[in-house]
Ligand binder design. Structure first.
Ligand SMILES: *Cc1c(COP(=O)(O)O)cnc(C)c1O
Length: 615
């Protein structure tokens, strides 16, 4: 068992400007405690007994820290301004007499990272993660056996890469000695080498296992934007993950189109002290949520998010019932959710036109444009579903936005099943109103939905006669703007879960999330195709989020029975909703991964074989 840790902490941290004017980077504070102390506590709690800190810039701070922790020894690198991290590590040579963990001083991370690397039986291990897109990442090239080949800040210098260096490694004593010899031979003037270079330098003879941890929260803090991310996103995530009680909640795999599978941290975020939602503290929570949701798709200068207690339909109905004045609405109907907006227009007796379009192929844009031209005097809005959840057909909202610009009408998008997965830019796409909810790709709990609106357009609805009370968009907007409150009781605990879900979405990143969903979709499509099943929408028009699959033709097939079979195996699938074709649906959203989809495919094969057996 490794008992020693070495932290290289000599750097100037000059990219952090004022923040590191008087303190080295390790003394940036989170919760009133330097990040180096967070790190040392985690090391000691994980069984590390001695910590060597290689110091340089403002070394006296570390020496003061060493007087608080008898486990710490400081080794000063007097030429820290001129040297790279390998020089600092090299100077600790006398003190390093055994295998050790090597860490950088500007890291925050989950304790799990240390536990995992210590648990590994290999003596040389480098921790890696998915890409963080931090802008300063070190990419890892590894061999087919998962060993280190090369490291670089420039992706293009590597033959391939699918992992990023975390800055925590386990190094055997003998490999360390080789790193030192390598460095001695290569010392360029004056000692600019980083330890990464030395690792690569000896990797031909010394094997370093790359241990990729996909679910461990961490970040490096090198500049202001990384500091912001550390402070506002990663540290809160680390805290919530480490505070998770040991409690065995069965993990169900929901392959229905929302509510989706959530993380345990989202589930537990609901367990909070009781609070009256009229308290200022709660108002601030909702304001934060509203701002963050807006920022996923637009700038908060021109756009705002209006929250409602209610399922997704509430947000769509709020828009449809509130924003139309005297003119009418043109609704594109190419599935059950487009149909639902038509029903709303009927219920509220709005002047409406329905543009019927095939549920499995793209909208005929020329025909749509003609329809708009012919009716331009009687329509003010165009409504469309982004990802039609009935089939997975993805409607071209960007092109629709251009069309709306050309004819000066406003675009309403039901983005319930695309928001927080498929990147959307409301400004660029010319979208006036967008509806979504907490419990689909945001991976939160059901009970909150929201409308994101261009403020300029929303303000103009001020004079529309309200057609309902609870869902009246302008009233909800104005009330929130004045009081930071919803007009009626919000789903309190659901909103705490939503905050956590938003943080986790920011942690993963919308593009990474969509990449994860897309990978699962590929596995799903390959799997069902191999089993002889067909799906409705062609790849090029597909959202890759939800798929309507044609039902097997075996006479023994019965959806309810198949559902039951999967349900008993912890997986939930969904019935179809197409009027003219028999389908069932599989959504690949939520905190689900490729292994879950692979399992789904295996179970599907098993199920289909039982049908054959019964014939
Ligand atoms: C899920 C969904 C809705 C909302 O459904 P609720 O059951 O009210 O949450 C609306 N539109 C689309 C496209 C959806 O996928």
């Amino acid at each position: 068992m490794t008992k020693l840790a070495v932290i290289v902490a000599a750097g100037l941290g000059s990219r952090l400007g004022e923040r590191t004017a008087n303190y080295p980077k390790g003394f940036l504070e989170l919760d009133g405690k330097p990040i180096i102390e967070h790190s040392i506590e985690k090391l000691l709690e994980s069984g590390i007994e001695k910590v060597i800190i290689g110091t340089g810039y403002k070394h006296e701070q570390y020496e003061a820290l060493a007087s608080k922790f008898p486990q710490i020894t400081c080794v000063f690198n007097p030429i820290y301004e001129l040297s790279g991290s390998m020089r600092t590590l090299y100077l600790c040579k006398k003190q390093i007499t055994e295998d050790f963990l090597l860490l950088e001083s500007d890291l925050i991370y989950e304790k799990k990272a240390i536990q995992m690397i210590l648990k590994s039986e290999e003596r040389n291990v480098i921790l890696a993660s998915e890409f963080t897109h931090s802008g300063d990442e070190v990419f890892i090239e590894m061999s087919v056996k998962g060993k280190l080949v090369n490291l670089s800040k420039h992706r293009e210098e590597l033959a391939s890469t699918n992992a990023e260096l975390m800055g925590i490694s386990k190094i055997s004593h003998s490999s360390f000695r080789k790193m030192c010899s390598f460095a001695e031979k290569e010392w360029s003037n004056p000692f600019k080498m980083d330890y990464e270079r030395a690792l690569v330098g000896i990797s031909e003879t010394e094997e370093f296992e790359i241990l990729k941890l996909s679910d461990v929260a961490w970040c490096e803090i090198d500049d202001e934007s990384q500091w912001n991310r550390a402070f506002h996103v990663i540290y809160p995530i680390i805290q919530s993950k480490e505070a998770l009680p040991v409690f065995n909640i069965p993990r169900n795999i929901l392959l229905n189109p929302g509510p989706a599978t959530t993380t345990n941290t989202v589930k537990f975020a609901q367990v909070v002290a009781d609070i009256c939602p009229r308290e200022q503290e709660f108002g601030e929570l909702m304001e934060w949520i509203s701002r963050e949701i807006t920022q996923f798709v637009a700038s908060t200068n021109d756009y705002t998010t209006i929250l409602f207690g209610g399922s997704g339909t509430a947000a769509v109905e709020s828009i449809i019932s509130s924003v139309i004045a005297d003119e009418g609405i043109l609704i594109i109907n190419n599935g059950a959710y487009g149909r639902r907006m038509c029903e709303m227009a009927e219920v509220y007796q709005l002047p409406n036109l329905i543009f019927e379009s095939s549920s499995d192929s793209p909208i005929d844009m020329d025909r749509l444009e003609k329809c708009i031209q012919n009716n331009i005097n009687i329509i003010s809005h165009l409504a469309v579903v982004h990802n039609e959840t009935t089939t997975g057909l993805l409607n071209p909202i960007e092109e629709l936005g251009e069309l709306c610009k050309k004819y000066n009408i406003q675009l309403i998008v039901d983005a319930m099943s695309s928001f927080a997965a498929i990147p959307i830019d409301m400004e660029k796409m010319n979208i006036s109103y967008l509806a979504a909810s907490a419990n689909k790709n945001l991976q939160g709990m059901a009970g909150v939905s929201f409308v994101i609106s261009r403020k300029m357009d929303l303000e103009k609805t001020n004079h529309n006669r309200p057609r309902n009370l609870y869902l009246h968009l302008y009233s909800q907007y104005r009330h929130f703007k004045l009081t930071k409150q919803m007009r009626f009781t919000p789903p309190v605990q659901t909103l705490y879960a939503l905050k956590q879900a938003i943080l986790e979405t920011k942690w993963e990143g919308i593009e990474n999330r969509y990449a994860r969903y897309t990978e699962m979709w590929q596995i799903l499509i390959e799997g069902i195709t191999n089993l002889g099943l067909e799906y409705i929408v062609e790849k090029k028009n597909h959202s890759k989020i939800i798929t309507a699959i044609k039902e097997p033709t075996d006479s023994n097939y019965d959806f309810e029975r198949m559902h039951e079979f999967f349900y008993e195996n912890g997986i939930t699938i969904y019935p179809g909703k197409l009027e003219n074709q028999k389908t069932f649906r599989v959504a690949n959203i939520g905190q689900v991964n490729r292994g879950d989809i692979e399992r789904f495919v295996i179970l599907l094969e098993t199920y289909l074989l039982t049908l054959k057996g019964r014939e």
